[in-house]
Design a protein. Sequence first.
Length: 285
Amino acid sequence: MIGLSPQSWDSFVTRYTFKVLKYVNWEIDPLSKLTGSWFAVESPTFLISSILIYLVIVLGSCYCNSDSYGKKRKEDPFLIRVLVIFHNLFLVILSLYMCGGCILEAKRNSFKIWGNPYDPGQVKLARYIYIFYISKIYEFLDTFIMIIKKNFKQVSFLHVYHHVTISFIWWMITRRAPGGDAYFSAALNSWVHVCMYSYYLLAVMVGKSEKARKKYLWWGRYLTQMQMFQFLCNLFQAIYCRVYSPYPKFISELLLIYMLTLLALFGRFYYSKHIMPTTKKSKLI
């Protein structure tokens, strides 16, 4: 697409994105009156461009540093440590804000746990959903930090797949129905991220000492279990909402399929990191 003007690029991305969505019967119209005029909502161009740039940087960096896999710095430079600390601290605070905001708005609107319709009158909730969507683009920085730190082993298919797909899914939700049952996934995921980024923050402050990491980061396996429990809750939510909720059905169907993929991928990760090493160790004893 070299040589395209910004207007031509926007037209190209929008046209073909909507063609694909129409082909798979994902009904992202009508455009929400609440969020439709907000940045990066009506058109998918900003998000798609961000995803393409993200993939080019990630794949290019991994290819050019393929000989660095498994090799970590003994200690990260001071500026990198400062960047990681502020990044994780910011996401802990932002995630807590989004989680609390979604829960308060659900309470204010007298929501049930599941089965809540989207209403254009849910203005404040729409703002939290929009911030949540934008945060998914900002979280691309997670991967860039791994690359800067030369932790290429962490840049797995699961990691990249999750970052790319979750941002696109929340663009569709923000564009079509930024309220109703969307509050549950946003609140639950935000709470999990409070715990996750607190863990990452603690990890960088503890440093690379194995003794200190065992003392303060022993709960890493339980964090993965919490993430998987989150996906299980979302899976049951998708099944329930597909049958009983007035919320857009295609979102429930998409959520169902997506949660199955995440449970499979995270389950494989959990087994390889926390179960397989223990099994091998027990066989050696």
